[in-house]
Design a protein. Structure first.
Lengths: 489, 293
């Protein structure tokens, strides 16, 4: 490779201790670029941002006893709504499953086409792209920005910078604002925010997210990827020689010559690479890397250098694809003159696909079998049992009935497992039906009493059943019925 | 620190072109990968920020105390503020209990669960040391889960007992106690009457001669308070001796001891210590433990 890693001047430092403790920022001025991947990136940006900003306003009718917001994280009543789904806190495993699924999909994307996530979908990339677009519209393209930054502070520069940072802050504020809308009824909260009636935590959250968005997307940009994000490191361990990555085809590009010299060499049937060292691939790069140095940590594989190079190849009438999505195996094959190989279906991708299907299948099964009623029991700990004046033995339990339907339901309670036992619900005056409100739980104290003789130190499994009076659907819970150490005299 | 090197390039790694820190282990050198400038500044800013804690919060130990801190924060005051906030928060729910009769609280599921929740906490704070965490009782301290009540198990009776206590010096409190019979009965009579009492719950066969002798002694000395049927009297707080439930123990030695020396356990009067709504919550809680009448 021709170029050195940037930013080091070996001879300048005799002693390591004399070096600054920090790595000075190398300001990057990505140039505007047109092409296929730029269009894909605009489309992805538009779709992802539209989802993020507009989703809280989508309505979903759930009846009178539940909120009508399609996606809502309702912390006060501890419910998570996602369109037709409603998750209770104890069902958080669905979210865990979703995260596992997301990780596996990330792995699969990586095995097939490299850092698709980094280049197109990551919020850091999307918002940085948006902020760069704003910067370009106000301050002009790469050269204009570099000239302005190097030059003195003129009225125009001050105006431009002020305008840019104001627009950045507005976008950042809107970003934070959209975030809080996922936690409360969006239209109501928007009005409250506008009239300064919203809770303090809403303003605080917006403030924090405004700050982080402005700093991360406006100022830190590629440094987030190179210094803070763990994914580039993990990704390096997950890739293999068949994964598609944005690659420079050194076999075609080298040796580099100017257009004229390359043409002359070709006329003389001497080797001349297609790369004319125009640096277009470097100047358009949002992280400032030179893709011709090969696969590297800072490269987020957004494909913008492909667009830049293709544009140049069209102009100099050479075939496109000097920089393109390619695999390590093919780069090697080209170098050695072997036929190209494509291995999308391979052990790694099959494994990820199978795991994705398995986890998704498990989750769908769990969702389909999700029970809309439940009962849990806690046995009294002190005392474990009570002997009544007529010699009967009684155990007390706290039962919690859950009704996950959005309508009020009546359950009939019964008990099995203890000979001769009968049930009492405290406060119910002998009534064994329990009404639970829509989407609610209800705690009841239950007494199980029996006259039947029990073996010494009895510990009998006892099953409580709640049965929906209307549909007959039942839920069970099993606990223990404890007897005295010795049987009664 | 680094040792002397022959050439300046000794500090540059040839593979990456990066300088090294000069640290060397068996020929392996550490690449110098400095943090970005803003990161270093954030680090310095954190150090400066941390100095602020010395002055804003209590920090420097003095001989008998510590520096107070500029904002006057104190952990004890913080706890007190939180407790006061909590009490204020509870005031609304407590007020709901205060205005509703006890039996209505038990019939209303929402009020019942509120009263039981408040009662459970108050019970753990005030009653559990003697009666046990779940009211299971201990020797001399009644089990509140069973249906054997010394002073009555209705809501009103339980409320009165909690409010005025037992032998606690409260004018309206329960006063009766078990008299010591050591000088009145002979040891043999006490033994006989103990056998008789045990026979009432089947611990001694009814045909024993001692039981018959004890029955005579019982009628003459004990029936006044415990009743002819030995089932006890709520107005006197005398124990039901027929139900196999014992306050001090049902073995013969304990019963003889009870007869000889009497019993006079004390329950504090809570009326002057707890708010009325808390006593109501406690009443409902105890009543719904399982034995309430």
């Amino acid at each position: 490779m021709t170029a050195h890693a940037t930013g080091t001047e070996p001879a300048a430092h005799d002693e390591a201790d004399d070096e600054p403790l920090y790595e000075a920022r190398r300001q990057i001025y990505p140039q505007r670029v047109h092409g296929r991947f730029r269009r894909i990136k605009w489309a992805v940006l538009a779709v992802t941002l539209a989802i993020y900003y507009l989703l809280p306003f989508v309505r979903w009718d759930r009846g009178p006893d539940a909120p009508d917001q399609a996606v809502l994280i309702d912390f006060p009543s501890r419910r998570f709504y996602f369109f037709f789904l409603e998750i209770w806190p104890q069902e958080f495993y669905y979210v865990a499953g979703l995260l596992i699924l997301a990780a596996l999909i990330l792995f699969l994307m990586n095995a097939v086409a490299g850092r698709v996530w980094c280049g197109y979908l990551c919020p850091q990339t999307v918002w940085t792209d948006l902020f760069l677009a704003v910067e370009r519209v106000i301050e002009g393209d790469r050269r204009a920005r570099m000239r302005a930054d190097a030059g003195p502070w003129t009225l125009e520069k001050v105006t431009h910078k002020t305008l840019k940072h104001s627009l950045w802050l507005i976008i950042a504020w809107w970003t934070g604002g959209a975030w809080v809308l996922y936690f409360a009824d969006a239209p109501t909260l928007v009005v409250e925010l506008a009239t300064f009636q919203a809770p303090a935590i809403a303003y605080a959250s917006i403030g924090v997210l405004t700050f982080t968005t402005y700093v991360l997307a406006g100022h830190m940009r590629e440094q987030v990827c190179t210094y803070m994000c763990p994914w580039p490191r993990i990704q390096a361990a997950l890739t293999d020689e068949y994964a598609l990555n944005v690659s420079y085809r050194a076999d075609r590009g080298e040796p580099r010559h100017s257009i004229k010299k390359a043409a002359a060499l070709r006329q003389a049937h001497l080797p001349a690479g297609d790369c004319i060292d125009c640096s277009q691939c470097v100047v358009v790069c949002p992280t400032g890397v030179d893709i011709r140095n090969g696969s590297q940590l800072a490269c987020i594989q957004c494909g913008l250098c492909i667009d830049a190079c293709d544009t140049v190849m069209d102009k100099i009438e050479r075939p496109r694809g000097l920089i393109a999505y390619d695999s390590e195996a093919n780069l090697e094959a080209r170098r050695a003159g072997r036929p190209l190989v494509r291995h999308i279906v391979r052990a790694r991708t099959i494994l990820y696909a199978v795991l994705i299907l398995a986890v998704a299948g498990l989750m769908l099964t769990a969702l389909a079998r999700r029970e809309l009623e439940g009962v849990a029991a806690i046995h009294d700990r002190n005392p474990l049992f009570v002997r009544l004046s007529d010699g009967a033995i009684r155990n007390a339990y706290t039962l919690r009935l859950a009704n996950k339907k959005l309508t009020e339901r009546s359950f009939r309670l019964s008990v099995d497992g203890v000979p001769g036992a009968w049930l009492d619900i405290v406060g119910a005056a002998g009534d064994l039906s329990v009404t639970v409100g829509p989407d609610q739980t209800r705690e009841i104290r239950v007494l199980v009493t029996t006259h039947a003789p029990l073996p010494p130190a009895a510990s009998l499994p006892v099953t409580f059943t709640i049965r929906d009076a209307a549909t007959g659907i039942a839920a069970h819970v099993t606990d223990h019925f404890i007897g005295p150490p010795e049987s009664a005299p | 620190m680094s040792t002397a090197h022959d050439s300046p390039d000794a500090h540059v790694d040839s593979a990456t072109g990066k300088s090294t820190t000069g640290h060397e282990w068996d020929g392996i050198r550490e690449l110098n990968t400095p943090l970005p400038r803003w990161w270093l500044w954030t680090f310095y800013a954190c150090i400066v920020w941390s100095v602020g804690y010395w002055f804003v919060y209590p920090a420097w130990p003095l001989i008998s105390s510590a520096t107070g801190g500029l904002i006057g924060w104190h952990s004890r005051t913080a706890v007190e503020t939180q407790l006061a906030d909590l009490t204020a928060l509870r005031a609304t729910s407590s007020a709901r209990l205060a205005n509703v009769p006890l039996d209505e609280i038990e019939r209303n599921p929402a009020l019942l669960s509120l009263a039981r929740a408040e009662g459970r906490v108050a019970f753990a704070d005030n009653c559990a040391p003697c009666h046990g965490a779940g009211g299971g009782g201990a020797k001399g301290y009644p089990n509140l889960n069973d249906d054997d009540w010394l002073w009555g198990g209705t809501l009103a009776q339980i409320q009165a007992t909690i409010e005025h206590g037992v032998r606690a010096g409260d004018d309206k409190g329960h006063q009766g106690n078990m008299i010591a019979f050591a000088g009145v009965l002979t040891p043999a009579q006490m033994s006989d009457v103990a056998d008789y009492v045990r026979s009432l719950s089947g611990l001694v066969p009814a045909g024993e001669p001692a039981v018959a002798r004890g029955a005579v002694v019982f009628k003459a000395n004990c029936a006044v308070c415990h009743g002819d049927d030995a089932k006890g009297k709520v107005e006197l707080g005398s124990k039901n001796l027929t139900d196999g439930i014992w306050l001090y123990g049902g073995d013969k030695a304990t019963i003889v001891q009870t007869i000889a020396h009497g019993r006079g356990g004390v329950m504090p009067a809570w009326g002057s210590r707890l708010p009325a709504s808390t006593i109501k919550a406690l009443t409902v809680y105890v009543h719904t433990l399982g034995g309430g009448q």
